[in-house]
Design a protein around this ligand. Structure first.
Ligand SMILES: NC(=O)N[C@@H](CC(=O)O)C(=O)O
Ligand SMILES: [Zn+2]
Ligand SMILES: [Zn+2]
Length: 427
């Protein structure tokens, strides 16, 4: 149905009306028979794009499905999500990737773009069907063994060489398993020492980031660093980005999660497994470095790493609980709360434009101009929202934001001209 959206402030800059035709494309004048949305006082942004979402289907439909995760995404202002490959079975074939893509189309609330595994079964040894996944209907161009690090440098080198042929990118979960150790469950430092929990040090991330940028340079390929969490990784990225820009034939991009921009390892003193996540929450110095790097472009994007877990996997003693936390519905509010000085244009850059570019989604992250597909979100910039984990569309409840108040509220989301969220609720 055609839409007229009146009085929105485009990227918080100028007020204008937006017109959407029956085909779901922005046009320059009001189409006949349009529904009107009053967006007075709301900020319009291109629909958000999440480079890092765990949807758990197939295999753990008790924790999340493509449909429930799509609902949570729409409520968070997203119009596209990249669905990580660590499902059961793993997304390591063209058939598996196409199936996830089809489930996303059936849900119809956001574009669900499957991420392909780098290695078969995430085992880190043989490359998965990278080319077949790319050439399938799902058109996979982001590959990741997320949950696990592609630890073997030879395998990582081959993967980078392979994806280079079609402009793909390898998204790395940077965690050296030897340095982190098999039982690590939080940041190694003063807090882990006091609590008697086995920690993993920032260096276990940094050595992989450093190695991978050198491999990307050597192969002339593209590496993306998932969920960057330390100041040391930021330093490596800053150096590597300058080199890549100078050389021109390779690239490195990076994402940070909302939780690493706001939460610190101090939260672990209550041993609450809600705060157990990989990479772990780090000290304030790291949080400060991540914020600065996002503001200055060293980190390209915010990605949620939305990681739903069923109660019986999460409600355990801290050392035994599953890693991960929810993020889709709260991401925008958390980023605004963590970085209130970020302009709306910068917010659109890190939550929509850059992620769409990294993922190669040409329809997403576009300027709100005639001719673009109508993927957009309308946000109340001044609202304070207290998060209630039981009001979530996710099937899981591992929500670290429960009871916290965040700034700004997603009021309406429009996906391809279809209103998916109206007045803060699923349409
Ligand atoms: N982030 C997490 O703590 N967990 C993720 C895996 C991952 O992103 O590494 C998961 O799949 O649960
Ligand atoms: Zn990961
Ligand atoms: Zn993840």
């Amino acid at each position: 149905m055609a839409l007229v959206i009146t009085g929105a402030s485009l990227l918080g800059e100028r007020t204008a009306d937006l017109f959407v035709d029956d085909a779901g494309v922005l046009v320059d004048s009001a189409p006949a028979g349009a529904e009107t949305i009053d967006a007075d006082g709301l900020v319009a942004l291109p629909g958000l794009v999440d480079l890092h979402t765990h949807l758990r289907e197939p295999g753990r439909e008790d924790a999340e499905t493509v449909l429930s995760g799509s609902r949570a995404a729409a409520l968070g202002g997203y119009t596209a999500v990249l669905a990580m490959a660590n499902t059961s079975p793993v997304t390591d074939t063209a058939e598996a990737a196409t199936r996830v893509w089809e489930l996303g189309r059936e849900a119809g609330l956001v574009h669900v773009q499957p991420v392909g595994a780098v290695t078969r079964g995430l085992a880190g040894e043989e490359l998965a069907e990278l080319g077949l996944m790319h050439r399938s209907r799902a058109g996979v161009s982001v590959f990741s063994d997320d949950g696990k690090c592609v630890h073997d440098a030879r395998v990582m080198r081959r993967a980078l060489e392979y994806v280079k042929a079609f402009g793909g990118v390898v998204s790395q979960h940077s965690q050296d398993p030897d340095l982190a150790g098999p039982t690590a469950c939080c940041h190694e430092g003063e807090v882990s020492g006091r609590l008697g929990l086995p920690g993993w040090p920032g260096i276990a991330e940094e050595v992989i980031v450093a190695r991978d940028v050198m491999l990307a340079r050597h192969t002339g390929s593209r590496v993306h660093v998932a969920h960057v969490s330390t100041a040391g990784s930021v330093e490596v990225l800053r150096w590597a980005k300058a080199q890549a820009e100078r050389d021109g034939h390779w690239s490195v991009t990076a994402e940070v999660t909302p939780h690493h921009l706001l939460l610190t390892t101090d939260l672990l003193t209550g041993y609450d497994p809600t705060y157990k996540v990989n990479p772990p929450l780090r000290p304030q110095e790291d949080v400060d470095a991540l914020r600065a790097a996002l503001a200055d472009g060293t980190i390209d994007a915010v990605a949620t790493d939305h990681a739903p877990h069923a109660r019986h996997d999460k409600e355990h003693a801290f050392v035994d609980a599953a890693f991960g936390m929810l993020g889709l519905e709260t991401a925008l509010g958390v980023v605004r709360t963590a970085m209130p000085d970020l302009s709306w244009a910068d917010l659109a850059r890190v939550m929509s434009v850059a992620p769409a570019r990294i993922a190669g989604l040409a329809d997403q992250g576009r300027a709100l101009e005639p001719g673009s597909p109508a993927h957009l979100v309308l946000v109340d910039p001044d609202a304070s929202v207290t998060v209630d984990r039981d009001a979530s569309a996710s099937l899981s409840r591992n929500n670290p934001w429960h009871g916290r108040t965040v700034t700004s509220h997603v009021v309406h989301t429009v996906f391809g001209g279809r209103v998916t969220v109206r007045d803060g609720a699923l349409a």
